[in-house]
Write a protein that binds this ligand. Structure first.
Ligand code: NAP
Ligand code: GLV
Length: 306
């Protein structure tokens, strides 16, 4: 079996070593123009030339959950695209989002500012009933995040394409229910895939539907958010703040207003990192299943976009 590795911005050696260790009989090589046809590929942001030169892959394993960049390319029509299916990401996403929600709800930024000035002062306790959290996207990551928020007893709503039943979560689905979902939330967490249907979904109109004092946490993709609209709503006071992990341009340009905005907390696309050991174990398990002719989870539907 031949496995080709083509991951931009990723150190190849540890991946090759891990794949070799798990599949000692397989040949695992870094792709170069002109490399022979492989059976499987492990990719992140490959060039179009890679896909053009590998038309008969049995599967293309994306070492991330989001496949929006990959689906911009012309893919070999018979090749399955398989995304990472949790592989240690959902717990990271749950801790990131809970941290952001709790930091905002408990006003820890305000306490930090007070303490830095030597002030011993209290704020009035807030009621979590007044902070219903909405999770856009109830997939692998969104479901875990919604469940983690329930542990802290926030009222939790979720929105997905298809109907869902999740214990303790008020589930909404479909474009017709988006506005009523948003109207019931004060904190909004975005965990949608980036598709033509979800691009720019966080905009002046939709964010204005959040309850006054709304708070945005975007951990999915930068292109979900119309950035100027967020700044306008923060400056107008309809939104109280935002925690952003993803941006339309990454790295975030030095001149971008988000760096300095007092209401915005940023992190550098780090909310749920790809974990190499877990990812290799998942990919190797899926290769074995495919070789036995069994179905695997995480196969992307290119028509749906995720
Ligand atoms: P997923 O399992 O594919 O779940 C996607 C969810 O979004 C599903 O519940 C789906 O509904 C819903 N959805 C998709 N299109 C929709 C639409 N038009 N209307 C309503 N709901 C829609 O994805 P995931 O693994 O949870 O990951 C979500 C995204 O997180 C990824 O695509 C990626 O962009 C981002 N991400 C970011 C980081 C980071 O570090 N910042 C890390 C990993 C992933 P159905 O359930 O009905 O299909
Ligand atoms: C990261 O953003 C991913 O999609 O895995």
């Amino acid at each position: 079996m031949n496995i080709t590795f083509c991951c931009t911005d990723t150190k190849a050696e540890p991946w090759l070593a891990g794949l070799h260790a798990a599949l000692p009989d397989a040949s695992v090589e870094v792709w170069q123009p002109g490399s022979p046809q492989a059976d499987y590929a492990v990719v992140w942001a490959p060039p179009q030339q890679f896909l053009d030169e590998q038309p008969r892959l049995k599967a293309l394993f994306n070492i991330g959950a989001g496949v929006d960049a990959l689906l911009q390319l012309k893919l070999p029509p018979a090749t399955r695209v398989v995304r990472l299916d949790d592989a240690g990401m959902s717990v990271q996403m749950a801790e990131y989002v809970c941290h952001a929600v709790i930091r905002h709800f408990r006003e820890f930024d305000g306490y930090e500012a007070d303490v830095s000035q030597g002030k011993w002062s209290f704020r009035k306790p807030r009621s979590r009933i007044d902070f219903p959290v909405g999770v856009l996207g109830l997939g692998v990551l969104g479901e875990r995040v919604a469940q983690a928020l329930r542990v802290f007893e926030f009222p939790v709503h979720g929105w997905s394409r298809s109907p869902k039943t999740l214990e303790g979560v008020v589930c909404h689905n479909g474009p017709d229910r988006l506005d009523s979902f948003l109207g019931q939330c004060r904190v909004l967490v975005n965990l949608l895939p980036l598709t033509p249907e979800t691009s720019d979904i966080l905009n002046r109109r939709t964010l204005s539907l959040l309850k006054p004092g709304g708070y945005l946490i975007n951990v999915a993709r930068g292109a979900h958010l119309v950035e100027a609209d967020l700044i306008e709503l923060l400056d107008r006071g309809h939104l109280a703040g935002a925690t952003l992990d993803v941006f339309r341009t990454e790295p975030l340009p030095a001149s971008h207003p988000f760096w300095q905005h007092p209401g915005i907390r940023i992190t550098p696309h780090t909310s749920a990192r790809t974990l190499r050991t877990e990812s290799i174990a998942q990919i190797v398990g899926k290769i074995a299943a495919l070789e036995r002719g069994e179905p695997v989870a995480g196969v992307v539907d290119p028509a749906r976009g995720y």
